[in-house]
Structures are given as structure tokens and as C-alpha cells.
Design a protein around this ligand. Structure first.
Ligand code: GAL
Length: 295
């Protein structure tokens, strides 16, 4: 009898410990709009991010905004998963000090990583800016492994244009594109060079002003989505379609009931999951809280 009570107590203690740490609690579903813990029970910090798949593993890179970081640096986190729901923290793969002498408040946002089969390098693009968002460049950092460390290589304006929010698109044939917001002109889609170290050729300029740009190729159509330019505040995100990346693109339509302002989120990426029975597209957006960015 005593042993049974002891065993019961031990079991309860283990349960309490695991629920307190989040350890070994497999999540069955993604819960939109709720805090999303990683496998250690910590709130995932991967804002404005991008997800790629290598063999059976997904890697999620994003802005690391946890509390207590050294403000002299900017950080990019990396998580891995095989089911898009349970994520293991792989560490901060970027810890960068002001690479272009931009001064206090410099900005590294919306990191996106591409894997180049030919060079076997992981190439990260990110929005690099000064605190007033006047530089409008992309930065590139490179690593030999998915989980870093990524080293800064250079920064530039893609094809000479202003570039703030960036998005990533890899077509079904593996061709890699960068989507970028060129404030005076609109939303550009451009092909990367074969080593991914440059933006080589413009595919299209969509003359709409959109941030958080993302593209997916689904059932013979390209879908481009983005948000209006309202900074950290949510707005009704919109989409257009085209048969070819070069266009012509349709009019823009709401992706959600406009009154919900995209359920308080801003577009960040579209993930196409090709399953055995069906293909699904996930919309991923950030619910920003500018005063508590880690939340
Ligand atoms: C948003 C943009 C974010 C960030 C923010 C700053 O529109 O998507 O990445 O730059 O503005 O206000």
C-alpha cells in the first residue's frame, strides 16, 4: 500500500515537473493567436521569420527578441521541427554588431535563409537599416550549417532599389526569389543569382505598396500577399494572383474579413505543405506588440 502511495506521489511530482518546464509535452495542434511554446516550454522568438525544409526537417529563422539581450547586437534565432508544430530551439545563429556603422538603434529585421545546393551554403537575407529606416538595404550573412553561425558578408540595395520588408519565395522547381518593398515604386519580385549571393533579375514590379510580402505557388497560380503600410499596427492584408510571376497580376482582395484586420496579424510567410492526400497553405503572420516585442 505504502509503495503504491509513494509511486502515486512520485508520478504526480514528475507530472508537475514536466508541466512546469513544458518538457516532453508534445503539442498536437497549432493554436493561432496563442503563445507558442518551443519544446522546452519557452515562448518561441522568431518574429518576421522564414521557414525552409531540408529533407524531412523544417528550419524556422526569425528575429530573436527575448528580454535581456545585449542591445549592441542583433540576434536571429533558429528552431527545427519535423511536424511544423513542435519546435526545438537550435540557438541564436546570428549575433551581429552594427555591420555598416549605422549607429544606435540600427535595424536587422525579417531574416530569410536559403540553402544553395551548389555551394552547400546557407545564405541569409535580412532587412538592414538605420534607426530612421533611411538606408533601405538587404544584408547577407552566410553559414555552412543550418544552425549557424552566420557571418555577415555585405549589404546593398537590390538592383539599386530601396528595400525594406523582404519576403522569400522558392518555386516548385527550386528557383529562389526575393520579394522586397521598394517604397517609391511598389512590391518587387526578383530572381537570386545561382550562388544566391546577389539579386540578379527583376521578374515583376507590382505597383502596390505592401509590406510583409509573401508568395506561394498553388494549383497553377501564384498568390502574392502583403499588408498595408501601417507599421506595427495590423491592417486588412490582401492578395493578388497571376499565372506567371511576371504577371499580369489580378486586383488585390482581402484575405480575411477586413474588420478583423487579419486577426491582428501582419503577413510574414506562406508555407506550402504537400501531403500524401492534399496540399495545404499556411499563412503565418506576426501579432506585434511594439512596447513588448518579445510577446
Ligand atoms: C512594419 C514592418 C516591420 C517593421 C515595422 C516598423 O510595417 O513590417 O518589419 O519594420 O514596420 O515600424
Amino acid at each position: 500500500m505504502r509503495t503504491v502511495i509513494f509511486l502515486k506521489k512520485l508520478l504526480m511530482a514528475i507530472c508537475l515537473f514536466t508541466s512546469a518546464t513544458g518538457f516532453s509535452q508534445k503539442q498536437k495542434v497549432i493554436k493561432p493567436g496563442e503563445v507558442w511554446p518551443d519544446n522546452d516550454g519557452n515562448h518561441i522568438q522568431a518574429h518576421g521569420g522564414g521557414i525552409i525544409k531540408l529533407d524531412r526537417t523544417y528550419y524556422w529563422y526569425g528575429e530573436e527578441r527575448k528580454q535581456g539581450l545585449d542591445t549592441a547586437y542583433r540576434y536571429v534565432s533558429c528552431y527545427s521541427s519535423t511536424d511544423l508544430t513542435n519546435w526545438a530551439f537550435k540557438g541564436d545563429v546570428v549575433k551581429m554588431k552594427d555591420p555598416e556603422k549605422l549607429g544606435k538603434g540600427w535595424i536587422l529585421e525579417r531574416p530569410k535563409v536559403y540553402y544553395n545546393e551548389k555551394t552547400k551554403k546557407f545564405v541569409m537575407y535580412f532587412h538592414l537599416d538605420d534607426k530612421s529606416y533611411k538606408l533601405a538595404r538587404v544584408g547577407i550573412a552566410v553559414s555552412d550549417k543550418p544552425d549557424g553561425e552566420f557571418k555577415f558578408v555585405k549589404s546593398f540595395r537590390p538592383l539599386g532599389h530601396e528595400s525594406r520588408d523582404i519576403g522569400q519565395f522558392i518555386d516548385d522547381d527550386g528557383t529562389a526569389y526575393l520579394v522586397f518593398e521598394d517604397r517609391p515604386n511598389g512590391f518587387r519580385i526578383a530572381l537570386l543569382s545561382s550562388d544566391y549571393m546577389n539579386v540578379e533579375k527583376e521578374m515583376c514590379l507590382i505597383p502596390n505598396h505592401m509590406e510583409g510580402g509573401a508568395i506561394v505557388h498553388f494549383n497553377g497560380l501564384y498568390y502574392a500577399i502583403g499588408s498595408a503600410l501601417t507599421g506595427w499596427n495590423a491592417n486588412p492584408n490582401k492578395y493578388a494572383t497571376a499565372r506567371y510571376l511576371e504577371g499580369p497580376w489580378s486586383e488585390f482582395h482581402d484575405i480575411a474579413p477586413p474588420a478583423t484586420k487579419t486577426y491582428g496579424a501582419q503577413s510574414t510567410m506562406l508555407i506550402k505543405v504537400v501531403g500524401k492526400k492534399s496540399t495545404t497553405v499556411l499563412f503565418m503572420g506576426d501579432i506585434w506588440k511594439p512596447k513588448t516585442q518579445w510577446d
